[in-house]
Design a protein around this ligand. Structure first.
Ligand SMILES: CCCCCCCC(=O)SCCNC(=O)CCNC(=O)[C@H](O)C(C)(C)COP(=O)(O)OP(=O)(O)OC[C@H]1O[C@@H](n2cnc3c(N)ncnc32)[C@H](O)[C@@H]1OP(=O)(O)O
Ligand SMILES: Cc1cc2nc3c(=O)[nH]c(=O)nc-3n(C[C@H](O)[C@H](O)[C@H](O)COP(=O)(O)OP(=O)(O)OC[C@H]3O[C@@H](n4cnc5c(N)ncnc54)[C@H](O)[C@@H]3O)c2cc1C
Length: 655
């Protein structure tokens, strides 16, 4: 069937090449091209198609479908991608497996990265190749039923038995059961387990251990291990998140991951070069989250923007034909700032992935000085990005009206998966407070006359306000954000210090200032996102692409400043606020002809989107009807439940 002419016209009005934009989004022409090649190759392999729509499947069917595809994938893996390229592998997974989770998700995102960052060379020799060849399936078991955030209160123990040179793993209470790890429930046969290291009754705190959970032949749990699935979740139901308990389960000394901390055979403990080095797997995932979430938001926007260009409802001036809902200013205000955010998040994502890769090299060379900075940055970024992604996806759903609420849109699934990110890898408030520690320390450095020692990301905290001339463009908006973040960070810090100086304990003063502190962290992070966006656009060579991204940046800066209006009241007059508001409305109009091309440029295939509303060809209505007819409820005209309950009830009522 040919493309819906409404979408053809939208595409014709675009002022740039979507392939050129994709090269900017995905960091290089080479990778953008590889993505397209991989997508094309996959589309020719029928076994990769869903056997029927995922939304009609039970959890068991979803997991089985994911396993079927993984088995097929193993036949094609080497021919489809460069297996040493993480981005290519993740693109392949997204295309084939989608976003509802699968048994290898944690294997790739945490198990292998933990082995790379935490295992010694000999341990990597033993396990890394096996993991990379997928001879074993691993997961990352840290969170317990009773504690996820407060890692120092984990209860699982790994006690060193000097006589046998083994660790004995135990889960002493119900609350110490590992709870939540993805792929643990039914799929993984190995796990990195985080347990308290105990030597001669001294607790050295949480450390990573390589633990075999299931027999490699029978897949049965090994004696001393209790393991299973934790049940259905809000989303991610293609994943078997699990529980895990240990009863006097022994592993060799060599199974503690010993790149950094070590236990020798006589039970001596060797400290790591940085106390939090064992947390690096979390930093790794957090450093990827701006990119992953940017793509979740992008997926919802591809659906909502394409659908809004084919959905006609109501009239503007021309009463002869209903208008595309995308022409309403309210619809544009609902969607376009989110398009800008999705671009900004992806740009930030590439930056933090690069920073993590650099940090990994530095740490391997014994230099841990960058850890605190990246921890602070990624803590704030994961929190702001996941929250705003959730907001943006929900707006995208509402922008699709009634059909947005149908699973045919697939937006609710994207939403459920994306907002999981507000919780996993550190609950958002907790992570904002981690960043706040860093900001408060920065203010204390300024107070102590050490402004010169501040890193580049916090140097603005020591500066004074300057006059703002909004006509000068995005950099002036950046100054507005700096003002807001600086003011709020000083205010929150001073509140904390005042409470502490009044005699309150450090912890209680922190708690009583914590809402203000999280606000400072959000503003600081939003400033970082804006400045990354501005820098990125500044570096673009293709003039047509750059022109459109400058328009999108204008949407971003004006929307973001309006959104934080309350924090800039002391800086901007009401006339200036009016000016910004008007600039935002002008920017929405300017971006309108490029809206469909901007979302097309994410190059997310129909196979990955799984959305009837977001189809590239825009043929929504006929496919919506086809989709509804494929509902299992429509297999028969009269359901057994009608025959069994409703009919007798109606018959009885007749008497
Ligand atoms: C496909 C789908 C994928 C889904 C994957 C999901 C996988 C998971 O969810 S795995 C589980 C993730 N779990 C978490 O993220 C738990 C969150 N909790 C934490 O990270 C910690 O407990 C945390 C950071 C809150 C507190 O740790 P704690 O050891 O008590 O440290 P705390 O006393 O608060 O801070 C001590 C110092 O360490 C620093 N620090 C903490 N973490 C780090 C780090 N990673 N790097 C560097 N420094 C760090 C702090 O900044 C602080 O510095 P300072 O004293 O100078 O201010
Ligand atoms: C989809 C999904 C996948 C997951 N996958 C894994 C996995 O593979 N492996 C794994 O080990 N874990 C996994 N987890 C667990 C996840 O990492 C934890 O749930 C998460 O870290 C939050 O911890 P918690 O559940 O203890 O929340 P809690 O800490 O109990 O949070 C409850 C509330 O308390 C607040 N709170 C807690 N502490 C503080 C504080 N100090 N200051 C202020 N407020 C506070 C929080 O902000 C929150 O509002 C997964 C979770 C989900 C949802």
């Amino acid at each position: 069937m040919s493309e819906n002419p409404d979408l053809t016209n939208e595409r014709a009005s675009g002022t740039f090449e979507t392939n050129a934009m994709a090269a900017v989004i995905y960091g290089s022409e080479k990778f953008a091209q590889r993505r397209r090649e991989i997508t094309e190759a996959i589309s020719k392999i029928p076994e990769f198609q869903d056997s029927h729509p995922l939304v009609f499947m039970s959890r068991e069917e979803k997991i089985s479908e994911a396993c079927r595809k993984l088995a097929v994938l193993s036949n094609y893996w080497n021919s489809l991608i460069d297996t040493s390229d993480e981005e290519e592998a993740l693109h392949l997974y997204r295309e084939v497996l989608g976003l509802e989770g699968h048994p290898l998700a944690l294997h790739e995102t945490m198990f292998i990265p933990s082995l790379i960052a935490q295992a010694s060379d000999e341990q990597q020799e033993k396990w890394l190749g096996r993991a990379q060849r997928r001879e074993i399936i691993g997961c990352y078991a840290q969170t317990e039923m009773g504690h996820g955030t407060n890692l120092r209160a984990l209860e699982t123990t790994a006690t060193f038995d000097i006589s046998t040179r083994e660790f004995i793993l135990n889960s002493p209470t119900i609350t110490s059961l590992k709870w939540w790890p993805g792929a643990l429930g039914k799929s993984a046969n190995w796990s990195i387990v985080i347990a308290n290291l105990i030597i001669k009754e001294h607790n050295y705190g949480p450390h990573p251990f390589m633990v075999q959970l299931r027999d490699e032949k029978s897949h049965e749990p090994l004696p001393g291990i209790t393991v299973g699935d934790i049940g259905p979740k809000m989303a991610f139901n293609g994943a078997d998140n699990g529980f895990l308990g240990f009863k006097n389960y022994r592993i060799p000394r060599e199974n503690m991951l010993m790149r950094h901390s070590k236990v020798t055979s006589d039970g001596s403990y060797i400290k790591p070069p940085h106390a939090k080095i064992g947390y690096s797997s979390m930093v790794k995932v957090r450093s990827r989250m701006a990119m992953d979430q940017g793509l979740f938001l992008a997926s919802a926007l591809v659906i909502a923007v394409r659908y809004s260009a084919v959905r006609r409802q109501g009239y503007l001036e021309d009463k002869s034909r209903e208008v595309k809902v995308l022409d309403y200013q309210t619809q544009q205000h609902r969607l376009f700032p989110s398009i800008a955010r999705a671009y900004a998040f992806i740009f930030c994502g590439f930056e933090t992935i690069r920073l993590y890769d650099q940090l990994l090299i530095d740490v391997q060379n014994g230099n841990t000085s960058g850890m605190a900075d990246l921890h602070a940055l990624t803590s704030g970024l994961k929190s702001v990005v996941t929250y705003q992604t959730g907001e943006g996806i929900e707006q995208a759903r509402m922008a699709c009206g009634g059909h947005g609420y149908s699973m045919a849109s697939y937006i609710s699934e994207i939403y459920g998966v994306a907002i999981g990110g507000c919780t996993y890898e550190g609950e958002n408030m907790v992570m904002l407070l981690q960043l706040a520690r860093y900001l408060v320390k920065s203010i204390e450095m300024i107070q102590n006359g050490k402004s010169r020692e501040l890193g580049p990301m916090v140097a603005y905290l020591a500066e004074n306000e300057s006059e703002i001339d909004l006509n000068l463009g995005p950099n002036e908006y950046l100054k507005v954000f700096e003002y807001a973040a600086r003011n709020q960070t000083w205010r929150a810090t001073e509140k904390f210090q005042k409470l502490r100086n009044s005699g309150m304990s450090n912890e209680e003063a922190w708690n009583q200032a914590s809402v203000e502190l999280t606000r400072a962290s959000r503003l600081h992070t939003r400033l970082y996102i804006m400045s990354t966006f501005i820098n990125h656009v500044g570096s673009i060579v293709d003039q047509k692409v750059k022109g459109v991204l400058i328009d999108l940046l204008n949407v971003h800066v004006t929307y973001e400043v309006m959104d934080i209006g309350i924090y800039v009241q002391g800086l901007l007059s009401s006339n200036q606020m009016d000016l910004i508001r008007n600039q935002l409305y002008v920017s929405l109009e300017t971006i309108r002809p490029n809206a469909v091309s901007l979302v097309d440029s994410f190059q997310i295939s129909d196979m990955q989107l799984r959305s009837v509303l977001g189809r590239r060809d825009g043929n929504v209505y006929e496919n919506l009807f086809k989709w509804a007819k494929s509902s299992p409820l429509n297999k028969t005209d009269v359901l057994p439940s009608v025959t069994q309950y409703l009919k007798p009830m109606m018959e009885k009522s007749k008497l």
